[in-house]
Design a protein around this ligand. Structure first.
Ligand code: ZN
Length: 398
């Protein structure tokens, strides 16, 4: 890895549009974003130059909800989904991932999740995790949820706690409230977000537990990050209200971008973001995550298992592209959902921006078709000209 890299003539989105600039990378950090950066290293150090003419530079993607060690299992043990490989992430532009467990908090636990997160970090990207799973009481690594958030570097909050779902532990209001209160205080004491990532199911109870907590207690709406908000129209309407009242909402992308609209009333991500913006809600309030490696189980009205698919991180860029092409949302707004918004909502310092002092996590996209060309994570080129060049330990191509 070169210690000095210069990206030349990129159309820079910080994500704010900054025009055509060079980006100087030193020792894994962004050292300058300026026009015509001149390097005089006296031949002592070799600099790598990347020509980004005709390309857009956007921050490396942050996938804030991904089942990195697999999830699922709703159709029996053989339906447990596989782990994410390094390639599953970097080939889709993801340079930071927040791992979570999911439905099965017995067959998978926090020890294994953190081991997986450390493995991906060793392979070159940045990883965080939520403690717990769908289940309440929360299955932690230490003896308490507060201790997990305060004392485990990678743990930034709790989740995904399932509500309004037939797979949920059906927490009482008091149980749910205690989780939020503990996460909030633990976050405060450790300088973390202490976010409660909430899995929303299909039921008509929708956001009831969250809205009651915000209404009846001192806990602010921003403590919660509900996910799968676009799962159905009725749920989405209530989530828009929640965002209008100061909450943040996480859309779940879908790689098979036309599929859901044909079989149920899932709100297409680009249309949902358009509605959020048209309602005058701040463009800081949404994130898009992949639910990568998570199962996409299908149940009939009786709750009987019908079949299963798998989430993929490739949906992130597809959704952003749809926002731009189908809804005319500017790239600098759409891309916030997978860069600066998750970074600030989850307090991931040094992440989500192309600015001096930030980590050198950068994606280069072709300017018009928005195809992923180059991915840089902490200053290291991971994908070049659309081809993976850094491989996970057990991936092909080493
Ligand atoms: Zn979920």
């Amino acid at each position: 890895m070169s210690m000095v890299t210069v990206i030349r003539n990129a159309e820079v989105y910080q994500p704010e549009h900054a025009g055509v600039k060079d980006i100087l990378i030193l020792a894994g950090k962004i050292a300058a974003v300026e026009e015509n950066i001149r390097l005089d290293l006296g031949g002592a150090v070799e600099a790598e130059e990347i020509d980004a003419s005709g390309m857009a530079a956007v921050p490396g993607f942050i996938d804030c909800h991904e089942h990195i060690m697999g999830g699922g299992g709703e159709g029996g043990f053989h339906t447990r989904t596989p782990e994410a490989s390094l390639g599953d992430l970097i080939c889709n532009g993801v340079t930071t991932v927040v791992g979570c467990i999911g439905t099965d908090g017995v067959g998978r636990d926090m020890t294994a999740l953190l081991a997986k997160a450390h493995g991906l970090e060793n392979e070159g990207i940045t990883t965080f995790a939520y403690t717990g799973s769908y289940q309440v009481p929360v299955h932690t690594l230490t003896d308490s949820l507060m201790k997990d958030i305060m004392m485990l570097d990678k743990v930034i909050g709790v989740g995904e706690i399932a509500i309004s779902d037939h797979r949920s532990s059906q927490p009482s209001y008091e149980e749910f409230l205690r989780i939020a209160a503990d996460a909030r205080v633990a976050g405060m004491l450790s300088g973390k977000a202490g976010i409660v990532n909430v899995h929303l199911g299909d039921s008509p109870r929708k956001l009831d537990l969250i809205r009651r907590a915000v209404f009846e207690t001192e806990i602010p709406a921003s403590q919660f990050l509900p996910t799968h908000v676009n799962r159905n129209e009725a749920l989405f309407q209530e989530c828009l209200d929640f965002a209008a009242e100061g909450g943040n909402i996480d859309f779940t992308g879908n790689e098979d971008i036309d599929y859901w609209e044909t079989i149920c009333d899932e709100v297409r991500v680009c249309k949902g973001i358009r509605r959020l913006l048209d309602r005058g809600i701040s463009s800081d309030r949404f994130t898009i995550s992949s639910d990568g490696q998570g199962s996409l189980p299908m149940f009939n009205e009786k709750g009987e298992f019908q079949g299963i698919g798998i989430g993929r991180a490739s949906c992130l860029l597809k959704e952003v592209r749809e926002c731009v092409r189908k809804e005319g949302i500017p790239l600098e707004i759409a891309v916030k959902g997978i860069t600066s918004n998750p970074a600030s909502i989850l307090k991931l310092s040094g992440k989500g921006r192309i600015k001096k002092g930030f980590d050198a996590d950068i994606c280069l996209l072709t300017r018009h078709s928005l195809e992923l060309q180059t991915v840089i994570a902490k200053g290291q080129v991971m994908v070049r000209d659309g081809k993976q060049i850094v491989f996970g330990t057990f991936e092909k191509g080493r």
